[in-house]
Design a protein around this ligand. Sequence first.
Ligand code: NAD
Ligand code: WQD
Length: 341
Amino acid sequence: MNNKILVTGGTGYIGSHTVVELQEAGYEVVVVDDLSNSGIEVLDNIQKISGKKPAFEKFDLSDREKAEDFFKRNTDIEAIIHFAASKAVGESVEKPLHYYRNNLVSLMNLLDCQLKFNIQHIVFSSSCTVYGQPDKLPVTEDTPRKDAESPYGNTKRVNEDILNDTIKAHPQLKGIALRYFNPIGAHPSALIGELPLGVPQNLVPFITQTAAGIREELKVFGDDYDTPDGSAIRDYINVVDLAKAHVVAIERLLHEKNKQNYEVFNLGTGQGVSVLEMVNGFEKATGVKLNYKIVGRRAGDIEKIWADTTFANEELGWKAEKDLEETLLSAWEWEKKVRKI
Ligand code: NAD
Ligand code: WQD
C-alpha cells in the first residue's frame, strides 16, 4: 500500500501543486480544506494533471471536534503537510483575532490529533517573513528571527515555536518547518495556479492581471531603496520547485533521514531580484508590454531579502531548477487560461 499523506489547504495555491507532485511520486493524498480561499474545481484540475483525484473533506481545521472526527475515520495517515492558513498580510492587521485563531488553533488541533492518533510526521508552511529585514544577507536558517510586521507574520513565528516546543515535549513527533521565500508561477499545464480573491496584493498576480487588462497599471512601490536600481529585492521561487521540496521533506521524515526531531529549511532560489527586474523579465518572457508607474514605498515593506539555500541544497538534496523567465511565462499562461484570453 502507498503511504497516505494528509495535505491541509490542498486546494490552495501551493497545496494543489504539492498534491500533484506527491501523487506523481506515488503517494496517496487526502486533502482537507474549508474552501475559504480556494475552489472545489481544483480537485478536477489536479486529476487532469496526475490522473488521480485526491480524497477530499471540507471542514475548518480550527474546529477541534471536526478535526478529531476526521482522524478517527482516517487511521492510516502517515504524515501531514500543513498549508491551511489565512495568509493576507493587510487583512491580518484588520482582523488579528481571526488570523491568530485560524492559524494557531488549526496547528494546535493537528498536533493534538497527532499525539492522540499516533501520527508522527508533520511538515509546516513557514515563511521568510519571520526574518523581517535582516541585518546580513543572504539569510541562513540561523539568522535571528525578528518581531513580525503583521499579525500574519507573527502567526508564522509563533507556529514555529508551537511546533518546536511540542516536538521537544513529545520526541515521538518529528517536524520540518519550511520557510518559503516568494512563491510565484503556475503548473506548466496551466491547469492549476494562484487565484487571488479581489485585488491582488502580491507582485506577480498584479503583473499578470495588468497584462490581461484587468488592472489599469502596476504600481511599483518605491525606487529609492538601497538597491542597484532602487526597487525592492526578493527571492522569487517557482511554485513547482517549491512543491517538490515538500516531497523531499516527507521522504526525509518517513525514511528517518532527519538529523533532529525539528528542522528548519529556507526554500528559495538564492537569487535576489528587484521589482523592476521582474517587470522587465515579464516583458521579455511574454512579449507583453506592462503599463507601470513608480509610486511611493508600501508601508511595512522590507528593502531586500534573499535566501542562503545551502542547507536545503546539501541536507535535503533539493535545489530550485526553473529560471525566472520560464516561471513568469507560466504565471502568464495561467492568467490567460483563467481569463480565457
Ligand atoms: P492559499 O490561500 O492559496 O491556500 C491555503 C488554503 O488553506 C486555502 O485553500 C484555504 O481555503 C485553506 N484554509 C485556510 N484556513 C483553513 C482552515 N482553518 N481549515 C481548512 N482549510 C483552511 O495559500 P498558499 O499561498 O497556498 O499558502 C499556503 C501556505 O503557505 C500558508 O500557510 C501560507 O501562509 C504559507 N506561505 C505562503 C506564501 C505565499 O506567498 N503564497 C509565502 C510563505 C508562506
Ligand atoms: C514583492 C515586491 C512590493 C505589489 C508578502 C508577505 C510575505 C510573504 C509573501 C507569506 C515588494 C512590490 C508588490 C505591487 C509592487 N507571504 N510590489 N507593486 O511583500 O515580499 O511578501 O508575500 O508568508 O509574508 O508580506 O511580496 O508580492 O507583496 O511584493 O511594487 O502591486 O513587489 O513592494 O517589494 P512580499 P509581494
